[in-house]
Design a protein around this ligand. Structure first.
Ligand code: GDP
Ligand code: MG
Length: 177
């Protein structure tokens, strides 16, 4: 039985949060379908997508939730966070304000989610080196200070996308199983 079929041992709900335009939908699209959309905006909003992964000898189904653009109005509902065991807090390395807003997203997450949720800070669009506005070191210090993991990704060229999801899935596994 492959992990993409109906059988699985564990279902992990993972939520994507962060400002509009940082690449949340494309990270999901890259990880679950190996696709990328140049001009996506909110048009590719799905409720969630899944991918199977084997961890140790167990099949895990990662059910990854994406916003349908409601983050623009800061109107993410409680239902979005309910039962989430993992979260990717995403900012855009070329837009400093999206990194500053991580503080607010992180606060909202702590308010709505379980306290033992596995959180990964994700600096996306690492392919846009020439437009970098958030240094690796500043984001890395922020993550250390808050005791969360950190990675830079590119949904466009695939760098570290797989690694980011695998990391959070493994963290959840070791937290909960
Ligand atoms: P969301 O609003 O957070 O879901 O962001 P989207 O996934 O819709 O992406 C917003 C815009 O950024 C789109 O035009 C994407 O093509 C672009 N984008 C997303 N990820 C990357 C990336 O890793 N690199 C680059 N260069 N552009 C990206
Ligand atoms: Mg989106």
């Amino acid at each position: 039985i492959s992990p993409d079929q109906d059988h699985y041992d564990h279902l992990f709900k993972i939520v994507l949060i962060g400002d509009s335009g940082v690449g949340k939908s494309n990270l999901l699209l890259r990880y679950t379908k190996n696709q990328f959309k140049i001009n996506s905006q909110s048009t590719i909003g799905v409720e969630f997508a899944t991918r199977g992964i084997k961890v140790e000898d167990q099949y895990v189904r990662a059910q990854i939730w994406d916003t349908a653009g409601q983050e623009r109005y800061r109107a993410i509902t409680n239902a979005y966070y309910r039962n989430a065991v993992g979260a990717l807090l995403v900012y855009d390395i070329t837009k400093y304000s999206t990194f500053q807003n991580i503080e607010r997203w992180f606060a909202e997450l702590r308010e709505h989610a379980e306290c033992n949720i596995s959180v990964l800070l994700v600096g996306n669009k690492s392919d846009l080196r020439q437009s970098r506005a958030v240094s690796f070191d500043e984001a890395s210090s922020y993550a250390k200070k808050h005791n969360i993991a950190f990675i830079e990704t590119s949904a466009l060229d695939s760098t570290n996308v797989e690694k980011a999801f695998v990391k959070v899935i493994h963290d959840i596994y070791h937290q909960t199983i």
